[in-house]
Design a binder for this molecule. Structure first.
Ligand code: BES
Ligand code: ZN
Length: 459
């Protein structure tokens, strides 16, 4: 089966593909917002229709306790490798709206970039696989591999309902390799294979003091202010060098191999440029590690938000009755979210002042992931990316999390290839998220090569 005609087809249909991607972006499928439940449903339906139109079989919308999973397959022969492609169609919230140059769900092109929520994370990257598959089918009526395509609507909220689905559908999802495009390249022009991701544990802390707000003159000095208490607690989570103070927290952190350190140091990454791009007054990381090592191989703890009390204009002398914070930890191999969550809870209870009540809610968690790059699929992926981008692929790890990856690999007993087409600075989760349109096009072409390359791998 000639590949050049498939590539030509994808090139000749760029405008059509892009207009379809825009329609996909325009659906505000924000998984964390109950107000958008119908949009999430509509987005699943949009994908369902596209899978049918492309020619997938056994296409289904699978309802879950929250948002649906969309599934379709192209099965030709048991003798061919079966590739499971996973992605997500849900997106993050869009506030603060006023910081967007164009509305988040308008899908606007400026300077070779497609702007909108979900353009890079992850709709654009799901779409490029769909269009690579469509190109194969239009030209040759079949692909050189069997494909199973699963797209979920809860990745951005922890993939809670996907996990049981995978466990209950091992046969359906039986495959030789998982491919995910939901990560980034280290730099434009440098196609990248991601072999490690951090895990996550996410909490909400609710501190309760008195039954109602109090006059701070009539009560100040006689009762514990919940915001003061919360700040005390939060200030004990890390020391001023950034070390996390939870006892036993670092016990299972895997050491960085000297060979890995060396390979990181050879990557096209510039700490000064990194700092400049985000306009940070100064970077802040553990002294013994480089920035990439800190981001990819070391755990971190961040307060994501904190609220309570009086924040309006003017002043109000008040002791608020409650205070809240969201706290997340990024985990690395071999830390386990469950174990870390217990350590975190015990520590918070220990350091909480006894004049207040604290409630700790475990919101979601996901295991860190690291894959075996000696698996032959990595060689095939590397060649496919080289053909697509005209440049040798680099091997990287990343600091973000895809909560299902590790469990999906364990349950299905397969390896996972993370090949992402995002770029640093694309503002995922932030205002003005964008997708580089060269990467969208070259991503399609690389995926076209990849399916062919994988058809020659012995699994
Ligand atoms: N696409 C990202 C994961 C990612 C981000 C990989 C950066 C590599 C680099 C994914 O959609 C995501 O944002 N995941 C969340 C998961 C969380 C909400 C459970 C994350 O990492 O915050
Ligand atoms: Zn995301």
């Amino acid at each position: 089966m000639k590949i050049s005609s498939v590539i030509d087809f994808s090139r000749n249909n760029q405008d059509l593909f892009l207009s379809q991607l825009k329609d996909f972006i325009k659906i505000p499928s924000i998984s964390s917002s109950p107000n958008n439940n119908q949009d999430v449903q509509n987005c699943a339906k949009f994908l369902y229709n596209d899978l049918i139109n492309i020619g997938f079989t056994n296409v289904e919308i699978i309802e879950t306790k929250k948002h649906p999973i969309v599934y379709g397959e192209l099965f030709y022969s048991k003798r061919l490798p079966t590739i499971l492609i996973y992605g997500h169609y849900d997106v993050q919230p869009v506030n603060p709206l006023k910081l967007w140059t164009s509305p988040p769900f308008e899908a606007t092109i400026r300077d070779g970039r497609l702007y909108g929520r979900g353009t890079v994370d992850d709709k654009g990257q799901v779409h490029l696989h769909l269009k690579a598959i469509e190109s194969w089918l239009k030209v040759h009526k079949k692909l050189p591999v069997n494909i199973k395509f699963i797209i979920e609507g809860e990745e951005e909220i922890g993939s809670e309902n996907l996990e049981p689905f995978i466990k209950e559908n091992k046969n359906k999802l039986d495959s030789d390799l998982i491919i995910i495009s939901d990560t980034s390249m280290i730099k434009k022009g440098f196609p990248s294979i991601t072999y490690g991701l951090r895990g996550i544990s996410y909490f909400q802390l609710d501190v309760k003091g008195t039954s109602q707000d109090l006059h701070s003159g009539m009560y100040g000095g006689a009762v514990k202010n919940p915001i003061n208490a919360l700040v005390e607690i939060l200030s004990k989570l890390r020391n001023s060098n950034g070390k996390i103070l939870i006892p036993s927290f670092y016990d299972k952190v895997r050491k960085i191999l000297p060979s890995e350190r060396k390979s990181f140091s050879e990557l096209p990454f510039d700490e000064v440029e990194f700092q400049k791009n985000i306009q940070a007054p100064k970077l802040f990381n553990e002294k013994e590690y480089s920035i990439l090592e800190s981001l990819w191989c070391r755990p971190s703890l961040d307060i994501n938000g904190i609220w309570g009390g009086f924040t309006e204009e003017g002043s109000k002398t008040v002791i608020p009755s409650e205070a809240h914070a969201k706290v997340s930890l990024r985990l690395v191999p071999d830390q386990k979210p469950n174990e870390i969550e217990t350590l975190f809870e015990n520590y918070i209870k220990k350091i909480s002042p006894n004049e207040i009540n604290i409630h700790i809610e475990r919101m979601h968690g996901g295991n860190p992931f690291i894959s075996d790059i000696t698996h032959p699929a990595f060689k095939a992926a590397s060649l496919a990316l080289e053909k697509g981008f005209g440049k040798k692929a680099v091997f990287i790890r990343e600091g973000g999390s895809i909560p299902i990856v590790n469990n999906m690999c364990d349950v299905l007993n397969v390896n996972c290839l993370l090949i992402g087409f995002g770029l640093p600075g694309e503002n995922a989760h932030a205002p003005d998220e964008w997708l580089d349109l060269d990467n969208y096009r070259l991503g399609i072409e690389s995926a076209i090569h990849l399916y062919k390359g994988l058809s020659e791998v012995k699994f």
